[in-house]
Write a protein that binds this ligand. Structure first.
Ligand code: IMP
Length: 181
């Protein structure tokens, strides 16, 4: 069995500070608007909870869930909406909140789907961005941290549903075999 250790990449203090900065920027941009924050389940739930509580403007919240099928993601066409919004969005200012922007397949597909419903505006806030992994071109409007191509967990992000509860963002390290020989 593989044994994994978690090395902290971003501590809870650093995350807290960065979320505050993002919230300030978003609050300025959405002053006097009709803001609906849309979280992508499951990974974005912790980031979104922190972000909306740090906002200085009122908002409503809703959630979507998507799955990709087939072997990995080769295009946004492999991504399907499995839980839709419960709120009508025509004429509303939408801010999609995602845990991590990786290949770009999920956000590219979701912005296409929601864009067709004619919101007043549509922007994306990704807590993490891994630009080296992009398959479908996609740029988020707000980004917490840009990271290299490494698999990270914690602060909502999982590996097979594990590690979401960790308060820090961590990189996994295989420690099998260490201490031998
Ligand atoms: P994309 O469609 O490839 O951009 O996928 C984004 C989704 O892949 C995220 O919402 C995560 O669920 C998952 N993902 C991508 N990279 C990581 C990672 O490093 N850790 C945990 N989940 C990840």
């Amino acid at each position: 069995m593989t044994t994994l250790a978690t090395d902290i990449l971003f501590s809870r203090e650093i995350i807290h500070r960065r979320v505050g900065e993002l919230a300030l920027q978003i609050s300025r941009d959405y002053q006097g608007r009709d803001l609906l924050v849309v979280g992508i389940l499951k990974g974005a739930f912790i980031f979104m909870a922190d972000l909306i509580r740090a906002l200085g403007v009122p908002c409503r919240v809703d959630f979507v869930r998507l799955t990709s099928y087939g072997e990995g993601c080769v295009s946004s066409g492999t991504v399907r909406l499995t839980k839709d919004l419960e709120t009508p969005i025509a004429g509303r200012d939408l801010l999609i909140v995602e845990d991590i922007l990786d290949t770009g397949c999920t956000l590219s597909r979701l912005t296409d789907i929601l864009g067709e419903r004619e919101p007043a505006s549509l922007k994306v806030c990704a807590f993490l961005d891994k630009p080296e992994r992009r398959i479908v071109p996609f740029t988020a409007d707000y980004i917490g941290f840009t990271i290299p191509d490494a698999f990270v967990v914690g602060y909502g992000l999982d590996l097979d549903e594990k590690y979401r509860y960790l308060p820090d963002v961590c990189v996994l390290r295989d420690i099998d075999g260490q201490g031998e020989g």
